[in-house]
Design a protein around this ligand. Structure first.
Ligand code: GUN
Length: 283
Protein backbone atom coordinates (compact mmCIF):
# COMPACT_ATOMS: atom_id res chain seq x y z
CA UNK A 1 0.00 0.00 0.00
CA UNK A 2 1.51 3.30 -1.06
CA UNK A 3 0.53 6.85 -0.16
CA UNK A 4 -2.24 8.68 -1.94
CA UNK A 5 -0.82 11.22 -4.38
CA UNK A 6 -1.84 14.85 -3.83
CA UNK A 7 -2.45 16.01 -7.40
CA UNK A 8 -1.39 19.66 -7.34
CA UNK A 9 -1.93 19.98 -11.06
CA UNK A 10 -5.59 18.92 -10.89
CA UNK A 11 -6.32 20.99 -7.76
CA UNK A 12 -4.63 24.00 -9.31
CA UNK A 13 -6.54 23.65 -12.54
CA UNK A 14 -9.90 23.46 -10.69
CA UNK A 15 -9.06 26.64 -8.73
CA UNK A 16 -8.01 28.44 -11.93
CA UNK A 17 -11.42 27.65 -13.41
CA UNK A 18 -13.05 29.32 -10.39
CA UNK A 19 -10.73 32.33 -10.74
CA UNK A 20 -11.58 32.64 -14.43
CA UNK A 21 -15.28 32.71 -13.55
CA UNK A 22 -14.69 35.29 -10.81
CA UNK A 23 -12.69 37.53 -13.19
CA UNK A 24 -15.51 37.32 -15.75
CA UNK A 25 -18.08 38.35 -13.15
CA UNK A 26 -15.87 41.26 -12.01
CA UNK A 27 -15.51 42.41 -15.63
CA UNK A 28 -19.29 42.35 -16.06
CA UNK A 29 -19.84 44.25 -12.83
CA UNK A 30 -17.06 46.86 -13.07
CA UNK A 31 -15.98 46.91 -16.74
CA UNK A 32 -12.41 46.32 -15.51
CA UNK A 33 -9.99 43.39 -15.27
CA UNK A 34 -7.62 42.83 -12.36
CA UNK A 35 -4.08 43.86 -13.42
CA UNK A 36 -0.70 42.40 -12.48
CA UNK A 37 2.76 43.87 -13.18
CA UNK A 38 5.70 41.47 -13.13
CA UNK A 39 9.24 42.82 -13.00
CA UNK A 40 12.22 40.67 -13.99
CA UNK A 41 15.78 41.99 -13.74
CA UNK A 42 18.54 40.11 -15.55
CA UNK A 43 18.74 36.83 -17.41
CA UNK A 44 18.35 34.07 -14.80
CA UNK A 45 16.98 31.17 -16.91
CA UNK A 46 14.70 29.74 -14.20
CA UNK A 47 13.25 33.19 -13.46
CA UNK A 48 12.60 33.75 -17.16
CA UNK A 49 10.55 30.55 -17.28
CA UNK A 50 8.63 31.45 -14.09
CA UNK A 51 7.81 34.91 -15.45
CA UNK A 52 6.64 33.53 -18.80
CA UNK A 53 4.41 31.04 -16.94
CA UNK A 54 2.94 33.84 -14.82
CA UNK A 55 2.17 35.88 -17.93
CA UNK A 56 0.50 32.90 -19.60
CA UNK A 57 -1.53 32.03 -16.49
CA UNK A 58 -2.85 35.63 -16.31
CA UNK A 59 -3.95 35.46 -19.94
CA UNK A 60 -5.75 32.16 -19.37
CA UNK A 61 -7.95 33.54 -16.57
CA UNK A 62 -8.47 37.03 -18.05
CA UNK A 63 -6.14 38.98 -15.73
CA UNK A 64 -4.47 41.95 -17.46
CA UNK A 65 -0.68 41.71 -17.17
CA UNK A 66 2.39 43.76 -17.96
CA UNK A 67 5.88 42.24 -17.84
CA UNK A 68 8.95 44.44 -17.44
CA UNK A 69 12.17 42.72 -18.50
CA UNK A 70 15.01 44.93 -17.30
CA UNK A 71 18.70 44.47 -18.13
CA UNK A 72 21.11 42.94 -15.60
CA UNK A 73 22.84 46.32 -15.09
CA UNK A 74 19.62 48.11 -13.96
CA UNK A 75 20.41 50.38 -11.01
CA UNK A 76 18.65 50.27 -7.66
CA UNK A 77 17.18 53.74 -8.37
CA UNK A 78 15.86 52.72 -11.81
CA UNK A 79 14.14 49.70 -10.27
CA UNK A 80 12.70 51.76 -7.41
CA UNK A 81 11.44 54.39 -9.91
CA UNK A 82 9.56 51.66 -11.81
CA UNK A 83 8.08 50.26 -8.57
CA UNK A 84 6.93 53.77 -7.54
CA UNK A 85 5.28 54.31 -10.95
CA UNK A 86 3.48 50.97 -10.68
CA UNK A 87 2.32 51.84 -7.14
CA UNK A 88 0.52 54.88 -8.63
CA UNK A 89 -1.08 53.15 -11.66
CA UNK A 90 -4.84 52.55 -11.30
CA UNK A 91 -4.96 49.61 -13.74
CA UNK A 92 -2.23 47.74 -11.84
CA UNK A 93 -3.61 45.99 -8.75
CA UNK A 94 -0.67 43.69 -8.02
CA UNK A 95 3.10 44.08 -8.33
CA UNK A 96 5.59 41.23 -8.29
CA UNK A 97 9.35 41.63 -8.47
CA UNK A 98 10.83 38.27 -9.41
CA UNK A 99 13.50 37.03 -7.00
CA UNK A 100 16.40 36.53 -6.75
CA UNK A 101 17.56 39.99 -7.88
CA UNK A 102 21.11 40.46 -9.21
CA UNK A 103 23.65 40.84 -6.36
CA UNK A 104 24.09 44.63 -6.70
CA UNK A 105 20.39 45.23 -5.91
CA UNK A 106 19.04 45.19 -2.36
CA UNK A 107 16.00 42.92 -2.23
CA UNK A 108 14.72 44.15 1.12
CA UNK A 109 14.72 47.81 0.01
CA UNK A 110 12.92 47.00 -3.24
CA UNK A 111 10.28 44.84 -1.53
CA UNK A 112 9.71 47.53 1.11
CA UNK A 113 8.90 50.12 -1.59
CA UNK A 114 6.08 48.04 -3.14
CA UNK A 115 2.76 49.34 -1.82
CA UNK A 116 1.58 46.74 0.76
CA UNK A 117 -1.88 46.91 -0.88
CA UNK A 118 -0.35 45.70 -4.17
CA UNK A 119 2.13 43.24 -2.65
CA UNK A 120 0.58 40.07 -4.12
CA UNK A 121 3.74 38.10 -3.21
CA UNK A 122 3.14 38.89 0.48
CA UNK A 123 6.86 39.64 1.00
CA UNK A 124 6.47 43.22 2.31
CA UNK A 125 7.25 43.60 6.03
CA UNK A 126 3.69 44.88 6.60
CA UNK A 127 2.16 41.70 5.16
CA UNK A 128 4.73 39.49 6.93
CA UNK A 129 3.77 41.26 10.17
CA UNK A 130 0.06 40.78 9.51
CA UNK A 131 0.66 37.06 8.96
CA UNK A 132 2.48 36.89 12.28
CA UNK A 133 -0.38 38.72 14.03
CA UNK A 134 -3.03 36.57 12.36
CA UNK A 135 -4.45 39.69 10.63
CA UNK A 136 -5.79 39.64 7.07
CA UNK A 137 -3.12 40.53 4.50
CA UNK A 138 -1.43 39.02 1.47
CA UNK A 139 -0.06 35.55 2.17
CA UNK A 140 3.00 34.38 0.16
CA UNK A 141 1.92 32.20 -2.75
CA UNK A 142 3.83 28.94 -2.15
CA UNK A 143 2.89 28.69 1.56
CA UNK A 144 -0.74 29.50 0.72
CA UNK A 145 -0.68 26.76 -1.93
CA UNK A 146 0.80 24.29 0.57
CA UNK A 147 -2.02 24.88 3.07
CA UNK A 148 -4.56 24.43 0.26
CA UNK A 149 -2.95 21.08 -0.65
CA UNK A 150 -2.91 19.87 2.97
CA UNK A 151 -6.59 20.83 3.35
CA UNK A 152 -7.40 18.89 0.16
CA UNK A 153 -6.55 15.67 2.02
CA UNK A 154 -9.24 16.42 4.65
CA UNK A 155 -6.64 15.77 7.37
CA UNK A 156 -7.45 18.13 10.24
CA UNK A 157 -4.39 20.35 10.87
CA UNK A 158 -5.52 21.30 14.39
CA UNK A 159 -3.44 19.63 17.12
CA UNK A 160 -1.16 17.82 14.67
CA UNK A 161 2.63 17.75 14.91
CA UNK A 162 3.82 19.72 11.87
CA UNK A 163 7.51 19.77 11.02
CA UNK A 164 8.84 22.28 8.49
CA UNK A 165 12.33 21.67 7.13
CA UNK A 166 13.75 24.97 5.81
CA UNK A 167 13.52 28.51 7.17
CA UNK A 168 13.48 30.79 4.11
CA UNK A 169 11.46 34.01 4.11
CA UNK A 170 9.63 32.80 0.97
CA UNK A 171 8.51 29.35 2.19
CA UNK A 172 9.78 27.93 5.50
CA UNK A 173 8.98 30.82 7.85
CA UNK A 174 5.59 31.82 6.41
CA UNK A 175 4.32 28.23 6.07
CA UNK A 176 5.30 27.61 9.71
CA UNK A 177 3.22 30.59 10.82
CA UNK A 178 0.27 29.50 8.67
CA UNK A 179 0.39 26.01 10.24
CA UNK A 180 0.59 27.58 13.69
CA UNK A 181 -2.43 29.79 12.86
CA UNK A 182 -4.23 26.55 11.93
CA UNK A 183 -3.44 25.27 15.45
CA UNK A 184 -0.73 22.74 14.56
CA UNK A 185 2.21 22.24 16.93
CA UNK A 186 5.04 23.43 14.72
CA UNK A 187 8.75 22.57 14.71
CA UNK A 188 11.05 24.42 12.31
CA UNK A 189 14.18 22.47 11.31
CA UNK A 190 17.08 23.83 9.27
CA UNK A 191 20.65 23.12 8.18
CA UNK A 192 21.98 23.41 11.76
CA UNK A 193 19.33 21.13 13.32
CA UNK A 194 20.85 18.25 15.28
CA UNK A 195 19.35 14.85 14.43
CA UNK A 196 16.88 15.92 11.74
CA UNK A 197 15.43 12.41 11.54
CA UNK A 198 14.27 12.46 15.18
CA UNK A 199 12.05 15.44 14.28
CA UNK A 200 10.76 14.34 10.87
CA UNK A 201 9.83 10.87 12.20
CA UNK A 202 7.31 12.49 14.57
CA UNK A 203 5.70 14.67 11.89
CA UNK A 204 2.02 14.11 11.12
CA UNK A 205 2.51 16.88 8.55
CA UNK A 206 5.96 17.24 6.98
CA UNK A 207 6.79 20.20 4.74
CA UNK A 208 10.24 20.14 3.13
CA UNK A 209 11.66 23.28 1.49
CA UNK A 210 15.46 23.12 1.51
CA UNK A 211 16.52 22.78 -2.12
CA UNK A 212 18.54 19.68 -1.17
CA UNK A 213 17.47 16.87 -3.51
CA UNK A 214 16.33 13.63 -1.81
CA UNK A 215 17.21 14.92 1.70
CA UNK A 216 14.23 13.12 3.25
CA UNK A 217 14.09 9.35 2.76
CA UNK A 218 11.33 6.90 3.66
CA UNK A 219 12.94 5.92 6.99
CA UNK A 220 12.59 9.56 8.13
CA UNK A 221 8.82 9.70 7.47
CA UNK A 222 6.06 8.88 9.97
CA UNK A 223 3.65 6.18 8.73
CA UNK A 224 0.39 7.67 7.45
CA UNK A 225 1.64 11.28 7.47
CA UNK A 226 1.06 14.08 4.94
CA UNK A 227 4.31 14.87 3.10
CA UNK A 228 4.64 18.11 1.12
CA UNK A 229 7.73 18.44 -1.07
CA UNK A 230 8.57 21.99 -2.13
CA UNK A 231 11.97 21.20 -3.66
CA UNK A 232 12.57 21.48 -7.40
CA UNK A 233 16.21 20.96 -8.28
CA UNK A 234 17.34 19.79 -11.68
CA UNK A 235 19.47 16.64 -11.22
CA UNK A 236 20.84 15.08 -14.39
CA UNK A 237 18.15 16.91 -16.36
CA UNK A 238 15.30 15.66 -14.15
CA UNK A 239 13.30 17.89 -11.76
CA UNK A 240 13.96 16.39 -8.32
CA UNK A 241 12.27 17.08 -4.99
CA UNK A 242 13.73 17.32 -1.47
CA UNK A 243 11.92 14.07 -0.63
CA UNK A 244 13.05 10.70 -2.00
CA UNK A 245 9.67 9.95 -3.52
CA UNK A 246 9.93 6.17 -4.09
CA UNK A 247 10.82 5.34 -0.46
CA UNK A 248 8.66 8.04 1.20
CA UNK A 249 5.60 6.98 -0.80
CA UNK A 250 5.73 3.54 0.82
CA UNK A 251 5.40 5.06 4.30
CA UNK A 252 3.38 8.29 4.03
CA UNK A 253 -0.41 8.49 3.88
CA UNK A 254 -0.39 11.34 1.35
CA UNK A 255 2.47 12.81 -0.69
CA UNK A 256 2.99 15.50 -3.32
CA UNK A 257 4.91 14.52 -6.47
CA UNK A 258 7.63 16.64 -8.11
CA UNK A 259 6.74 17.94 -10.60
CA UNK A 260 2.96 18.31 -10.33
CA UNK A 261 2.59 18.94 -6.58
CA UNK A 262 3.35 22.30 -5.00
CA UNK A 263 4.74 23.88 -8.20
CA UNK A 264 1.47 24.47 -10.07
CA UNK A 265 -0.16 25.90 -6.92
CA UNK A 266 2.23 28.85 -6.58
CA UNK A 267 1.07 30.69 -9.69
CA UNK A 268 -2.56 29.81 -8.94
CA UNK A 269 -2.26 31.50 -5.54
CA UNK A 270 -0.66 34.52 -7.25
CA UNK A 271 -3.74 34.78 -9.50
CA UNK A 272 -5.96 34.49 -6.40
CA UNK A 273 -4.01 37.23 -4.59
CA UNK A 274 -4.22 39.50 -7.66
CA UNK A 275 -8.02 39.14 -7.79
CA UNK A 276 -8.15 39.79 -4.02
CA UNK A 277 -6.04 42.94 -4.51
CA UNK A 278 -8.35 44.23 -7.25
CA UNK A 279 -11.52 43.53 -5.24
CA UNK A 280 -10.21 45.37 -2.19
CA UNK A 281 -8.87 48.33 -4.24
CA UNK A 282 -12.18 48.71 -6.14
CA UNK A 283 -14.27 48.85 -2.95
N1 GUN B 1 11.37 33.38 -6.68
C1 GUN B 1 11.08 32.13 -6.26
N2 GUN B 1 9.83 32.07 -5.79
C2 GUN B 1 9.31 33.30 -5.91
C3 GUN B 1 8.04 33.87 -5.61
O1 GUN B 1 7.13 33.23 -5.09
N3 GUN B 1 7.91 35.19 -5.91
C4 GUN B 1 8.90 35.93 -6.44
N4 GUN B 1 8.66 37.23 -6.68
N5 GUN B 1 10.08 35.44 -6.74
C5 GUN B 1 10.28 34.13 -6.47
Amino acid sequence: MGAQIIDGKAISSAIRQQIKQQVMELQQKTGKSPGLAVVLVGEDPASQIYVRNKEKACQEVGIYSEVYRLPQETSQQQLLDLVHQLNERQEINGILVQLPLPDHLDEMTVLRDISPDKDVDGFHAVNAGKLLNGEKGFVPCTPKGIITLIKSTNVDIKGKDAVVVGRSNIVGKPVSILLLNENATVTICHSKTADLKSHTQRADILVVATGKPNLITGDMVKPGSVVIDVGTTRVEGKLTGDVHFASAKEVAGWITPVPGGVGPMTITMLLQNTVEAAVSQWK
